[in-house]
Design a protein around this ligand. Structure first.
Ligand SMILES: C[S@@+](CC[C@H](N)C(=O)[O-])C[C@H]1O[C@@H](n2cnc3c(N)ncnc32)[C@H](O)[C@@H]1O
Length: 414
């Protein structure tokens, strides 16, 4: 006889509805529809929520959500992901412990946990194969991103409840006094961006930005139906070799240009391209890592923008790092450089819906609050900030792709 379903789940009828929705979307996903795939992932999380009891959800959340990052970091430090190799040949615990020169008992514990979390596959007793995820985690870029999280930024999350309790649950409002400084020191002295640099995580942040976009549609991916680069930006751009087509302000090591080039060839783009960032970040751009067409420029975006009258000023993941007052200071520098009727400002940032924001977006909102006293803004909050008459900008479009992606906010001089 079947065992009874425990009390406390929202209901199996509701779960069946989600299953039907999954089935309906499956064909579209098979045909390559990215948005349908995103919706399926959201459905899967909703399915778990409908099937689990509160106790099951509690235990899963409390035990796994902190343990997994720690174990991924341990495996990464042990070079276990590399040792698993990229082919599908099974490896035993003893083989892997020998390759990594680590304790076989610990190696097994790590692998067992990774297998339970679907990071590796347990094909037989004490025998494992890699997955596409573990292959990714073996890559340098992912290793560096993991090092930024564990323990550096994760410590901020752990300390946030105490920070908020001590302040009677008032929102952080000072970028120099957030849970970031509470966890790492530097209160009143450095913002989290500066602390990331000071703590040696320049590379980690740059890598995280790339990992985040890995295999996600880029804003310039016209074919997937994202932003129409040719129609809105290239058409009508000044094609003199001296004119600047696009400045990526706070562009890290220029990876957004590289992704742009995978959709629009550099030859199609008229004029110059410039990536600007803090001096240590610009200095860390390896020679030859960017096409010669991209110029590097050390620049502090709180100071006057040296590039006047570009066709596009692009900022990705910048404004969400700052509360409104600082955001306005940055934007004013760009507005002063823009040419009315010609220049466009593109912000690629989250625009949260007023209802039904996705879980990743909501957690990113907490990251912004706890690191920068900022937030992922709703459309209402964006409009309040960007259409403040003090700036002299107007929003000409907001291009939304999916709940997993940031939206392109297109602006011109009002
Ligand atoms: C969150 S990262 C975003 C990087 C890139 N735009 C992306 O989305 O991948 C923020 C970037 O802003 C840069 N940054 C921070 N403060 C800056 C400043 N005052 N002037 C110029 N760049 C700055 C950081 O070095 C970092 O590369």
């Amino acid at each position: 006889m079947a065992t009874a379903v425990p009390d406390g789940t929202t209901g199996y009828e509701a779960a069946l509805d989600v299953l039907n929705s999954l089935n309906t979307r499956a064909e579209a996903v098979r045909l390559g529809d990215q948005k349908a795939r995103d919706a399926m992932i959201a459905d899967c999380f909703s399915l778990i929520a409908k099937l689990e009891t509160p106790s099951e959800t509690f235990i899963r959340t409390m035990w796994t959500h902190l343990m997994h990052p720690a174990i991924w970091r341990i495996a990464s430090d042990m070079k276990l992901f590399e040792a698993l190799g990229t082919d599908d040949s099974p490896k035993t615990v003893d083989q892997l412990a020998t390759t990594t020169a680590t304790d076989p008992v610990l190696t097994r514990k790590v692998l067992q946990n990774l297998a339970a979390a679907h990071v590796v596959t347990e094909v037989d007793v004490n025998t494992f194969t890699p997955t596409t995820l573990s292959n990714s985690l073996a890559q340098q870029m992912w290793i560096e991103a993991l090092e930024l999280f564990v323990p550096f930024t994760n410590l901020v999350t752990v300390k946030t409840p105490a920070y908020l309790k001590e302040r009677n649950f008032r929102m952080p409002t000072d970028i120099l006094d957030t849970p970031g400084q509470y966890a790492h020191g530097g209160k009143g002295e450095w913002n989290m961006q500066e602390m990331i640099v000071r703590n040696g995580h320049v590379q980690g942040l740059a890598s995280l930005m790339k990992v985040w976009l890995d295999k996600r549609p880029h804003w310039s991916d016209e074919k997937s139906g994202f932003y129409p680069v040719r129609e809105r930006l290239i058409k009508g751009a000044n094609d003199s070799s001296e004119a600047v087509f696009m400045v990526d302000v706070g562009g890290s090591r220029g990876h957004d240009f590289l992704r742009l080039f995978s959709h629009v060839s550099p030859d199609e783009i008229p004029g110059r391209l410039i990536v600007q960032d803090q001096p240590p970040v610009v200095a860390s751009i390896a020679d030859g890592s960017l096409p010669s067409k991209v110029e590097k420029m050390a620049y502090d975006f709180f100071t006057p923008q040296p590039v006047q009258g570009a066709r596009v000023y692009f900022m990705h993941n910048i404004i969400h790092n700052f509360p409104d007052a600082e955001a306005k200071s940055i934007l004013k520098q760009i507005v002063a450089a823009m040419k009315k009727g010609y220049s466009k400002l593109l912000l690629w940032d989250m625009v949260l819906p007023d209802k039904g924001a996705g879980v990743n977006a909501c957690c990113l909102d907490w990251v912004m609050m706890t690191y920068y006293a900022s937030s992922e803004r709703t459309e209402t909050q964006w409009r309040r900030l960007l259409e403040d008459p003090e700036l002299g900008l107007k929003i000409t479009d907001i291009v939304h792709f999916s709940q997993y992606d940031q939206d392109v906010i297109e602006l011109e001089i009002a």
